[in-house]
Design a protein around this ligand. Structure first.
Ligand code: PLP
Length: 401
């Protein structure tokens, strides 16, 4: 086998996306040797720092409230359409940027259950992200629903045949993650959605760990509802807002539970009684987080220019390389799919005692993602991470083990 460091240099030299790394902001006085947690918080772009400054000085300071009417109020839908086109495989008019993923899961799941009267079951898996499970538990308690839990292999994720076994005429909704946050399992969205539809249920997908990392085809897969966040592979920054997708044919028939003025058909008439706005706009509740949407403009420019297919290609090479290096780590098990067709953008390593090396890794400027009690997730964001950086990180880990 070639020396792994030489291999990293070869892969970097052949990387068609290598130049995008220069568009990210250097970490200033902080010593970041290897950032391997792009699946938790993406890095900022140079352009983002400039756009934020410009927005504050020119738009906010200069336009003041005039900015709302001629510009900012349109951002949630305009950015939603752009995101739909660049990263979601969705036609215009079906995506809105708003709230947080947690709040949007609540709004959409509530609306889905409401739209399937007479059905009182919701299907989910035990390994889904905590907030997805907690929100559904809350809705179940509020509305007297029964949750049907699928158990999954922790190194994999939910499979179509497992869903087929449990959905029936009692199922209102199924909710799963496209890429499982723990294992990185890439679910077969089209097949599972079809199975839900055959039972008369709606299918909702959480795209947080997928968007900006793997190609998504919401329209072609006939997904009903989807949510995702913009601060992971979309580099939106801490607390950047989430997005929601509702299939065109479904939008008019959904009633969402947080009836605020920004989802009203005439927000500024301030009239009596709630009347929902037409279209995806009706999913909004309160004032959009405009300041937190500024970075998305720059990030979508970059993703559009790089192209999600090229991003996915590099992502698979990066995780292949992680798997190669992980094989040399003593006592470490890989708890992620090896099959590239079922692997998302990160790889999870398992070994007892990872908690003890984490501080030392951070001290050395190596930043992976730690999951209690014994998991390290390695999430190299394709646009900002070099193969050399992956090598430096895993070499540091190896020396500590
Ligand atoms: C990151 C993540 C979330 C986060 O939800 P927030 O409301 O933004 O905190 C939800 N679901 C999944 C699958 C995630 O990966």
């Amino acid at each position: 086998m070639t020396d792994p460091q030489a291999r990293a240099a070869e892969l970097d030299a052949a990387d068609p996306l290598a130049a995008y790394r220069d568009q990210f902001l250097a970490p200033g006085d902080f010593d970041v040797v290897s950032y391997l947690d792009g699946n938790s918080l993406g890095r900022p772009l140079e352009a983002t720092a400039a756009l934020m400054e410009e927005f504050i000085r020119e738009q906010w300071a200069g336009r003041l409230i005039r900015g709302w009417t001629d510009e900012w109020l349109e951002w949630p839908l305009r950015l939603g359409d752009r995101l739909a086109r660049v990263a979601l495989g969705a036609a215009a008019g079906q995506v809105v940027v708003a709230d947080s993923t947690t709040v949007l899961i609540y709004k959409l799941a509530w609306a889905a259950v409401q739209a399937r009267p007479g059905r009182n079951r919701v299907v989910l898996d035990k390994d889904n992200f905590p907030t997805d499970r907690y929100v559904l538990e809350g809705i179940a308690a509020e509305r007297g629903l029964e949750l049907v839990w699928i158990s999954v292999d922790p190194a994999e994720g939910v499979r179509p045949e497992q869903v087929a076994e449990v959905v029936d005429e009692r199922t209102a909704l199924v909710l799963f993650s496209h890429v499982a946050y723990r294992s990185g399992w890439l679910a077969d969205v089209a097949s599972i959605t079809r199975i839900a539809h055959d039972a008369g249920a709606l299918a909702m997908w959480d795209l947080c760990h997928a968007v900006g990392s793997v190609p998504v085809e919401l329209d072609a897969w006939e997904v009903d509802l989807a949510v995702g966040c913009t601060y992971k592979y979309l580099n939106g920054g801490p607390g950047a807002p989430a997005f929601a997708y509702v299939r065109k044919g479904l939008i008019g028939s959904l009633k969402q539970p947080i009836q605020g003025w920004m989802g009203h058909r005439a927000s500024f008439e301030m009239g009596p009684g709630y009347e929902p706005a037409d279209g995806i706009r009706g999913l909004q509740s309160g004032t959009p987080p405009v300041l937190a949407m500024v970075p998305l403009h720059a990030n979508l420019d970059m993703l559009e220019s790089a192209g999600i297919e090229a991003v996915r290609e590099k992502s698979l090479l990066l995780t292949d390389y992680v798997l190669e290096l992980a094989a040399e780590l003593p006592g470490v098990a890989v708890v992620s799919p090896r099959d590239p067709a079922r692997r998302g953008g990160h790889v999870t390593l398992q070994r007892s005692g990872f908690d003890k090396v984490l501080d030392q890794l951070w001290e050395r400027g190596v930043i992976p993602d730690y999951r209690r009690p014994d998991g390290l997730r390695i999430g190299p964001a394709p646009l900002s991470t070099s193969f050399g950086e992956v090598h430096r990180g895993l070499a540091a880990l190896r020396s500590l083990l």
